[in-house]
Design a protein around this ligand. Structure first.
Ligand code: UDP
Length: 483
């Protein structure tokens, strides 16, 4: 099917967990003949430049570009350089709370409306795929009769959970925020607590933004989902029947990165040389390494880091542990037990900062993934055919965790039952137990078989004739039909 005439604008929210899948999506559409342009701010354009260059080197005939939108932080009342959620996470100012800064940042993004509209007016794109956090883009696109597609960055399952929570409000009927209840109206008996569901009160600024997001979604052209039908058929059907009739599943998006350079170049520059990382993995037996990472934003206390360190060592398994920059710890590494790295040498590899995650997950030496259940990580783990230890912390991660542990039955919960901000410590014993449980024993074997099968189905979904491939075709046909 030809889609040569199609030009798509992609407008990701400025956070790694949103920019990475949106760039994958832009690449995917380019490989299907569309021209892709990513809209972003100056600092974020620098992050995207390198992976785009790598893509162009591999695919000289395909079209993908960046359009820079100004985002004058200081004029907007934000700190200098505050163009990305990463900045907010690492920003330490005793006078302001990071939650307040996040809200201010979110509101400030609307300052790009005028620039977006003039770009739409001059380029007349076929459509704009804008992040859920930019509800105002629906109106901008509408002005020029351009369809706006919403990208949430999460699964059908989590979107259905949120819908049923809003519709039935079960959390209003329980005694405490930690009382478990079944989410009404949803296929499957999904048990959750109010706290885990992390529902924003409608009266709070965040609650109001969420309402605006929902309204803009119902006025938009549809929704693109980073998932595949076979992963969650009941929820994909439910979503299309009750939540958003026009939704296309086109994932797993990370699978569009086929070459080593692409897999290694996602997001920030890695803090480990990729060859060194591959050599380390090559030296390990298949399925023997546990990869431990908590996404682009997690930051643990020293106390928690110590428990993870000891738990991993006591599990006796090989591991790669990504310790992101921890704002609570500064530069010192007091949390690391005395002589730890010498003792675990050969068995454990600590990456400080950013890891080439997909490159690692796809290596045959990796046998399990300890994850915070951010949707990108979760679907990357699924696509790699891996069982997981689930350690949800906030956002919609508890929903994703239920999908992994209860529906797909490829995950084992480490014992995380509360939002991480509440400060419950996961003990070294819990870490050790979950890591052993996911690698060793009969149940582990069954879980591994299920996960492997899902990985195969995920890969087939994006190949020609697969469910995601076909849904993308349908979407492109609809766009072409509008011309
Ligand atoms: N990621 C990575 N290296 C790291 C940490 C994260 O490549 O060291 C990537 C990961 O592959 C995923 C994204 O960053 O694509 C994180 O998104 P996710 O939804 O998992 O979590 P978030 O960071 O949004 O909480």
């Amino acid at each position: 099917m030809s889609s040569e005439r199609i030009h798509i604008l992609f407008f990701p929210f400025m956070a790694q967990g949103h920019m990475i899948p949106m760039l994958d999506m832009a690449k995917l559409f380019s490989t299907r003949g569309a021209r892709s342009t990513i809209l972003t701010t100056p600092i974020n354009s620098k992050i995207l430049e390198k992976p785009i260059e790598a893509f162009k080197t591999l695919n000289p005939d395909l079209q993908i570009g960046i359009k820079i939108l100004n985002f004058p932080c200081v004029e907007l009342g934000l700190p200098e350089g505050c163009e990305n959620v990463d900045f907010i996470n690492s920003y330490q100012n005793p006078d302001s709370d990071s939650g307040d800064l996040f809200l201010k940042f979110l509101f400030s993004t609307k300052s790009m409306k005028q620039q977006l509209e003039s770009f739409i007016e001059t380029t007349k794109p076929s459509c704009i795929v804008a992040d859920m956090f930019f509800p105002w883009t629906t109106e901008s696109a509408e002005k020029f009769n351009v369809p706006r597609l919403v990208f949430h960055g999460t699964a059908f399952f989590a979107l259905c959970c949120s819908y049923n929570m809003r519709t039935h409000k079960p959390h209003k009927k329980v005694a405490t925020t930690s009382t478990p209840f079944v989410i009404p109206g949803l296929p499957g008996e999904i048990v959750i607590t109010t706290e885990q569901a992390n529902v924003a009160d409608e009266e709070t600024p965040m609650g109001k933004i969420m309402k605006e997001i929902r309204e803009s979604e119902s006025n938009s052209f549809g929704v693109l989902v980073n998932s595949f039908y076979e992963l969650e058929p009941a929820y994909a059907d439910f979503y299309r029947s009750f939540v958003a009739k026009r939704a296309w599943h086109i994932g797993p998006l990370s699978l569009c990165n086929r070459e080593l350079a692409e897999k290694a170049g996602r997001g920030k520059k890695s803090n480990i040389d990729e060859q060194e990382c591959l050599e380390w993995l090559e030296s390990k037996p298949p399925g023997s390494v546990v990869y431990v990472s908590f996404g682009s934003r997690a930051s643990f206390t020293n106390e928690q880091l110590l428990e993870i360190a000891v738990g991993l060592e006591c599990s006796g398994q090989n591991f790669i542990w990504v310790v992101g920059k921890n704002e609570n710890q500064g530069e010192s590494e007091d949390w690391l037990p005395e002589g730890y790295e010498e003792r675990t040498k050969g068995k454990g590899l600590i990456i400080r900062g950013w890891a080439p995650q997909v490159l690692i997950l796809d290596h045959k030496a990796v046998g399990a993934f300890v994850t915070h259940c951010g949707w990108n990580s979760a679907i990357e783990g699924i696509a790699a055919g891996l069982p997981m230890v689930t350690w949800p912390m906030g956002a919609e991660q508890f929903y994703n965790e239920k999908l992994l542990t209860k529906v797909l039955r490829t995950g084992v919960n480490v014992g995380a039952t509360e939002l991480v901000k509440k400060g419950k410590l996961i003990s070294r014993e819990e870490v050790e137990k979950a890591v052993k449980e996911v690698i060793v024993g009969e149940e582990a074997e069954e879980r591994r078989i299920r996960a492997k099968k899902l990985g195969e189905v995920a890969k087939a979904a994006v190949e020609e004739g697969g469910s995601s491939y076909n849904d993308l075709n349908k979407f492109l046909e609809e766009l072409n039909g509008r011309k």
